[in-house]
Design a protein around this ligand. Structure first.
Ligand code: MN
Length: 131
């Protein structure tokens, strides 16, 4: 899969790219929301991992803009949240994300969490219900 990692924290970015590559995925990076929207449009990734706290706009706004791109209506977008945001599930889903995981990022379990969210969202789409 071609995965777009949107993350302004260098340590998290490095960790996510390392894990993705280890599982045979191609990892592209974006450090801001604006860059995320531009790369989503030009690269058409198969999956987007979206940090919520970014320097320009937040990850929810970046997700809303990405969802407006004709080629990005159904791409899985998974939010990366801080502990404080984790209660805001509705807000994250309403913005267009398929799910989220919480920081700190655990390299041993992260791919499992990603797979679970992707499979869950595919099932939801085919049954016609998002919740
Ligand atoms: Mn951040």
């Amino acid at each position: 899969m071609k995965v777009l990692v949107v993350e302004d924290n260098a340590v998290n970015m490095k960790l996510l790219k390392l894990v993705l590559k280890r599982y045979g995925h191609e990892a592209l990076e974006a450090l801001t929301g604006g860059e995320a929207v531009a790369k989503a449009e030009s690269e058409k990734p198969d999956l987007i991992l979206m940090d919520i706290q970014l320097p320009d706009m937040d990850g929810l706004e970046a997700t809303r803009r990405i969802r407006k791109l004709p080629s990005m209506k159904t791409v899985p977008i998974i939010a990366i949240t801080s502990y404080a945001m984790a209660g805001d599930r509705e807000k994250i889903i309403e913005a267009g994300c398929n799910g989220y995981f919480e920081k700190p990022i655990n390299p041993l379990t992260i791919m499992g969490e990603i797979d679970k969210i992707i499979k869950g969202s595919v099932k939801n789409e085919s049954s016609g219900s998002g919740r």
